[in-house]
Design a protein around this ligand. Structure first.
Ligand code: 1CP
Length: 319
């Protein structure tokens, strides 16, 4: 999950004088930061160090990742002229991605590397709002009020996302995760009509590679079935829906990923252990279960608690 590294002293050391987007464009840094949680915790897979806005920056959108805030876009995109700035991404725009993935597959050995990208709705929200948003009001205004512009922005973003993921896969990533983090802000009808077609197209484009495709959003209890229907092999759920119920909502042929509340690791160890045991037990009713946090690691998390959690999950899964 996002920011696994941010709670680590070794991450803070490496990042001390390097802005986030610069770190994301330097293969040596990408490789080092991706490896840090793998070395420390011995997790079963590595998540590529990058950000969902990296491909947008790479095609020339003026944006920055502000510490403590997140992505901020200099000129929000809200009309046809703005949308034209969303050109196709070419492999030459992101040579550092290819290089870092190549280095990592060498270093990781048998540990799989999960590549990722942002899904069109979540990317559109940052671009249209100009930064993180609670209510996504400009995004919804465009979606409801200007369906042709909405279609154009979503098509262009879907294409950029596929380009970004293809680069990672062709360089050696062994699974991909599509983050539609903020799609839980939508009703089921709006999701089906205005978002799902574009995410489906992305999963379809990737089917030729035959690698696992994971789909994740926050607050998506009502949408879980559709996140699977969009074409994912695995659907990530946050902590609001128990894993066995999530699996039921997904139906046959899908695995579920999740879903310990990231705040739980601040509680005493006994609570963490009990909640984790419960999630693992519920996961046994699913066709497949990947244990994970229900969202990103919180920055003040105690690394020792995560270490203990990883060991506990390994122990419990071995029995
Ligand atoms: O652990 C890792 O480092 C994995 C790499 C990773 C991933 C998978 C980062 C690094 N970002 C992401 C994806 C990402 N970025 C998502 C989707 C996943 C999720 O929902 O968590 C989203 C929504 C973003 C956007 C973003 N980037 C935010 C959220 C802002 C908001 O709207 O609330 C933030 C804070 C960032 C910055 C960022 N990205 C990644 C890191 C390590 C950081 C923090 C940078 C720092 O050190 O200050």
């Amino acid at each position: 999950m996002r920011q696994a590294g941010r709670s680590l002293p070794e991450y803070r050391r490496v990042r001390a004088d390097v802005p986030m987007l610069e770190a994301c464009a330097r293969p040596d840094m990408i490789t080092e930061i991706t490896m840090q949680p793998v070395r420390r915790y011995g997790v079963d897979a590595a998540i590529f160090f990058s950000d969902i806005v990296v491909p947008l920056k790479a095609i020339g959108i003026d944006l920055d990742i502000k510490p403590g805030v997140g992505p901020v876009v200099a000129e929000p995109i809200r009309d046809a002229d703005g949308i034209k700035r969303l050109r196709e991404i070419e492999p030459d725009d992101i040579p550092f991605i290819r290089e870092a993935v190549g280095q990592l597959t060498g270093e990781l050995g048998n540990t799989p590397l999960i590549g990722f990208a942002g899904a069109p709705f979540t990317l559109a929200s940052y671009l249209i709002e100009g930064g993180p948003s609670k209510n996504h009001e400009h995004t919804k205004a465009l979606m409801y009020g200007e369906p042709e512009l909405w279609d154009e922005i979503m098509r262009r973003l879907a294409s950029i996302t596929v380009g970004f993921l293809r680069t990672q896969i062709e360089a050696g990533a062994s699974a991909v995760q599509l983050f539609d983090s903020w799609v839980g802000a939508l009703s089921a009808e709006d999701y089906r009509a205005s978002v799902m077609p574009y995410s489906s197209w992305i999963f379809n484009q990737l089917s030729e590679y035959g690698i696992p495709r994971i789909h994740f959003g926050v607050g998506t209890g009502e949408l879980l079935g559709m996140l699977g229907e969009a074409g994912a092999d695995v659907v990530g759920a946050d902590w609001r829906v128990p894993v066995d119920q999530a699996a039921e909502r997904l139906g046959p042929g899908k695995a579920v990923q999740g879903n310990l509340d990231p705040a739980t690791v601040f509680a005493p160890w006994e609570v963490v252990a009990e909640r984790t045991r419960d999630i693992l037990a519920r996961g046994r009713s699913a066709e497949g279960h990947i244990f994970n946090l229900g969202h990103g690691v919180l920055p003040n998390t105690d690394p020792d608690q995560l270490q203990r959690l990883t060991e506990f999950v390994h122990e419990q899964s071995a029995t």
